[in-house]
Design a binder for this molecule. Structure first.
Ligand SMILES: O=C(O)c1cc2cc(O)c(O)cc2[nH]1
Length: 115
């Protein structure tokens, strides 16, 4: 049950969301055992995001959470490349104005209980 939670300073159309969630669905397969079938993608748009004290250019903050205890650093590297490429091509957000935070946890609730 992965989550890729996207916060962007730009507007997001339904088409933008569709393209991004499709890119994320492919990207998440870089993490062993994960697939689009369990992927949740919340999107938050039009957010004020300051980077280096400046909010005059587009920026994004993305949180990636997966159920598990250890993920190879190479998988996170692949995700960074894919997520940043998608945000850059879809929304023209410069890669040097994107932060991505990764977390793996075994404390995860779903369907009335915890895994
Ligand atoms: O995507 C995962 O991390 C994931 C999905 C899923 C479904 C399930 O029924 C499990 O027992 C574990 C699990 N992990």
């Amino acid at each position: 049950m992965p989550v890729i939670h996207t916060h962007v300073s730009t507007p997001l159309t339904a088409e933008n969301r569709e393209h991004l969630k499709t890119a994320y669905g492919k990207a998440i397969t870089a993490v062993p055992g994960k697939s689009e079938g369990w992927l949740m993608c919340p999107f938050e748009s039009d957010m004020p995001i300051y980077f280096g004290g400046d909010d005059s250019q587009p920026a994004a903050y993305v949180e990636v959470n997966v159920f598990g205890s250890s993920v190879p650093k190479s998988a996170w590297e692949k995700l960074t490349h894919a997520i940043m490429a998608a945000l850059n091509s879809e929304l023209e957000i410069p890669e040097d104005r994107i932060y991505i935070r990764y977390t793996a946890t075994t404390d995860w609730g779903w369907n009335g209980g915890n895994f």
